[in-house]
Design a protein around this ligand. Structure first.
Ligand SMILES: [Cu+2]
Length: 246
């Protein structure tokens, strides 16, 4: 809308522009009311300042003509609340509750204190010999719709790419699927966003969003493919929990 958020932090995914639209909408609505309310406040302070011979009055705000100063703005604000809620539900549904068809699927595995990213390789299919697993390095192609399958080997972690306005907890024993679509090439930060132990602060990775040519060149260079033990479908990672009756 006003590009303010993009200026603060690049908007590098489709969700980023939508989430930021909400933030900017709230900022504008609250901002207008803030200026209005402060304007009235300062006007009244100046208009009814101390004058010789005029005695101050104590107003309780109980009379109708007094408390309408509260009710009318309050009801107007409710209208704006409804506008914000409608947009919020629409965007939340699009970002979190709905999965568009993927072009590619990646796997993301958190552990104390690193991230493993499994890229599907040239055949674009996960679980095959040409999968490329990288530690703390996620390589994406711009304009591609990705699904991610997220899990954790040990404790709670959180998959967070601020430039994508994306955040999702990683839970051991569960595979959580979500999606994103990078829209801008560049190098972005990835940071664990759930306190997960003493190394939490250094549990960060780099996200590279590349154009198709650069991405294929990188893929070409991945000679030694690391094939991970099969997490998917996840074996019970905590035997005590697995043994407990449901
Ligand atoms: Cu973590």
């Amino acid at each position: 809308m006003i590009g303010l958020m993009d200026f603060i932090l690049p908007q590098a995914s489709t969700s980023a522009t939508q989430v930021d639209f909400l933030i900017e909408l709230i900022f504008v609505i609250v901002g207008v009311w803030f200026i209005l309310a402060e304007g009235v406040l300062f006007y009244l302070i100046f208009r009814f300042r101390k004058k010789e011979g005029v005695k101050a009055q104590y107003i309780t705000g109980e009379k109708h003509e007094e408390n309408k100063w509260v009710h009318i703005p309050h009801n107007l604000i409710l209208v704006f609340d409804v506008i914000i809620i409608i947009f919020a539900i629409k965007i939340w549904y699009g970002v979190k509750q709905h999965l568009p068809a993927p072009d590619e699927t990646i796997r993301v595995i958190g552990q104390q204190w690193a991230w493993t990213f499994v890229h599907p390789g040239k055949d674009k299919i996960l679980g095959t010999d040409d999968d490329v697993a990288k530690v703390d390095e996620l390589r994406l192609k711009v304009g591609t719709t990705y699904h991610f399958q997220l899990t954790s080997k040990d404790v709670l972690h959180s998959f967070s790419i601020p430039a994508f306005r994306l955040k999702q907890d990683a839970i051991p024993g569960r595979i959580i699927t979500g999606w994103f679509k990078p829209t801008k090439t560049g190098e972005y930060d990835f940071q664990c966003a759930e306190i997960c132990g003493i190394g939490h602060g250094i549990m960060q990775a780099k996200v590279f969003v590349e154009n198709e040519a650069d991405h294929n060149k990188w893929l070409e260079g991945q000679k030694e493919h690391i094939v991970l033990p099969d997490f998917f479908p996840a074996a019970p990672m905590n035997p005590t929990i697995a043994a407990a009756p449901n």
